[in-house]
Every structure is written in C-alpha cells, then in structure tokens.
Ligand binder design. Sequence first.
Ligand code: HEM
Length: 145
Amino acid sequence: MAIQEVLRLYPPAAFVSREALQENTQIGNINVPKGVCIWTLIPTLHRDADIWGSDVNEFKPERFANGVANACKIPQLYIPFGLGPRLCLGRHFAMVQLKVVLSLIISNFSFSLSPKYRHCPTYKMIVEPGQDVQILIKRLNCCNL
Ligand code: HEM
C-alpha cells in the first residue's frame, strides 16, 4: 500500500505517449491528426480530486487497503506502469525489488528526514528529488545485516 501510494503521488515515469497512426483519430470531442504524439501526464491523473477525493495530495497508503478498484472512482486512471499493450515489462520485478529493499531497510534501520531536506520533486527524464534526499539513519540493535 505504501509503495502504491508513493507511485501515485510521485510516479517516476511522468507520462505515457502514443502516436495517432490513423487519420481522424477521435478522442472525445478532440480530433487527433495522423502522426501526432499524445502525451498522457500520469501525475495529473493521479492527483485529480474528482477521481481520488479531496485528500488527493495527502500521503494515505490506506486508500489502497481494498485494492486499486476501491481507492478511486476510475481505477484505469492509476497507471504508474503505463497501460495497454505497452505496459511496463518490468513492473512485477520492480514491485518485488521495492518490497525486498524496503523490508530490509525498515527492519534494520530507523530513519527520518534531515531538517536540510527540501521537498522539490523534479522532472529529469523521470520524476526524482530535485535537491537530493538527506536522511538521518540509525542502525537498529536487532540489525540483521
Ligand atoms: C518503479 C519502477 C518502474 C516504473 C514506474 C516503470 C514505468 C514504466 C512506464 C510508465 C512505462 C511505459 C508504459 C506505457 O507506455 O504504457 C514503462 C515501460 C517499460 N518498462 Fe518500466 N517501469 C519501472 C521499472 C522497470 C524495470 C525494473 C524494468 C526492467 C527490468 C522495466 C522495463 C520496461 C520496458 C522494457 C518498457 C517498455 C515496454 C514496451 O514498450 O512494450 N521497467 N515502464
């Protein structure tokens, strides 16, 4: 749930793009000429209050307690790994990796953000911290490493 919520608020891939391959592609009332590239901005979908509710900008992992289908009004708009036939090939691998790494970190260390941390997510090919992430880390006594 925590990973899902992080991927909602800060999807590393900021957009998915598709090229209109046919003449007169119609999306709603918009006519898209052949050859035009359509960018769908993932953070915009993930932060739409009409879909997620008024707490859309809050970090609330529990919104995923009953799955994506119950976390928002239109689950198809939760797309951290894209959608359709070009959906991310590494999505399951990425989720397993994230769970393993996070479990190892939180079972061996306590950590908190340094007062020096400045929150400024930045887009540079992917969405990433704009001024690094300074963290205060303390090894737990029961450290397994
Ligand atoms: C949190 C980690 C990751 C995120 C958020 C992510 C996100 C994405 C997104 C949004 C796309 C575009 C999908 C679309 O156009 O509909 C994509 C494509 C792709 N991703 Fe990932 N990805 C992640 C990790 C990985 C990893 C670990 C691998 C490989 C081990 C991987 C391999 C690929 C490949 C090969 C494609 C292209 C698929 C295609 O065009 O058919 N990704 N990813």
